[in-house]
Design a binder for this molecule. Structure first.
Ligand SMILES: O=P(O)(O)OC[C@H]1O[C@](O)(COP(=O)(O)O)[C@@H](O)[C@@H]1O
Ligand SMILES: [Mg+2]
Ligand SMILES: [Mg+2]
Length: 280
């Protein structure tokens, strides 16, 4: 695990350097979710694949930017799914972006997940690594320094409601309106990593990306985005569900499958469960 942690740190530093370069064009390619890839998405993907290829413990990697998984070392025990650059369309407007990693033993699958990690490229570069505990690191003069352990409370103040409101189910809209009526504050940048990072570090709240009329299975990808964050939130004492079930109990049929998702603290997620049970 130490070698994987190290490879992620090296990747993060290289990605930060790549982000800082001025020219970022669109490529001529689409990823498996039908999105046109930025040159930067492809570059970050290459950086991560290259760093993991040096770690013999890594058996297979699967990237949001590639259709198929790639075997690196047949005798390695770890399988890693990753989103090399989450929220990459926000680079143009200089908002924070991130990288997300799910680490599994034996094969991909939420039940096999043993660790998860994400990196936030903001005014500073931070990394959260969830293994036995959830730990926050800050990039300082070329090295990631441990800052603190992260724990969620039972009730927060922030609300990050994803998806186009016009396409939300009416009961979902009523639920979100209800939270705002209770005093929750809107915190949504459109980058999953900084949006979930903010809720995690500020003690709690709710991030939601529901099933919508245009995306009945949600937008966010199980292996690359949803499972890793579900692992981080649960390890920090939070809850992560798809409206009804625990996200980490869900399987997947294809590497790029998506799922509606809700991450947060107990008070808010309990409400989601009640509202979704009443409207099943
Ligand atoms: O604009 P929307 O529909 O709320 O979607 C925002 C979500 O899409 C994403 O940008 C998807 O990630 P990618 O940039 O990796 O495709 C998430 O970071 C974010 O939470
Ligand atoms: Mg993403
Ligand atoms: Mg991405």
């Amino acid at each position: 695990m130490d070698k994987i942690f190290e490879a992620i740190q090296i990747s993060a530093k290289r990605i930060k350097t790549a982000i800082d370069v001025k020219d970022i064009g669109y490529s001529q390619q689409e990823n498996s979710s039908g999105e046109t890839q930025l040159e930067l998405d492809i570059k970050c993907d290459m950086i991560i694949a290259e760093e993991f290829s040096r770690v013999e413990d890594v058996n297979t990697i699967s990237s949001e930017e590639k259709e198929h998984a790639e075997v690196l070392h047949e005798n390695g025990k770890y399988f890693i799914s990753y989103d090399p650059l989450d929220g990459s369309s926000l680079i143009d407007v200089n908002l924070s972006v991130g990288s997300i990693f799910g680490i599994y033993e034996g094969n991909f699958g939420s039940q096999n997940m043993v660790a998860a990690c994400y990196v936030v490229y903001g005014p500073r570069v931070e990394m959260v690594f969830a293994y036995n505990k959830v730990k926050l690191y800050l990039l300082q003069a070329g090295d990631f320094e441990f800052v603190k352990e992260v724990r969620l409370t039972q009730k927060g103040k922030l609300m990050a409601p994803g998806g186009t409101q016009q396409n939300w189910p009416l009961y979902h809209k009523a639920m979100i309106d209800g939270f705002f009526a209770e005093g929750y504050r809107l915190r949504y940048s459109g980058g999953m990593v900084p949006d979930l990072h903010q809720i995690l570090l500020k003690g709690g709240g709710l991030f939601s990306y529901p099933a919508t009329s245009d995306k009945p299975e949600g937008k966010l990808r199980r292996l690359f985005e949803v499972f890793p964050f579900a692992f981080v939130y649960e390890k920090a004492g939070g809850i992560a569900i798809n409206g009804h079930e625990r996200l980490l109990d869900l399987g997947y049929a294809h590497l790029h499958d998506t799922s509606p998702c809700f991450f947060g603290t107990e008070y808010e997620v309990k409400r989601v469960k009640e509202v979704y049970a009443d409207n099943a």
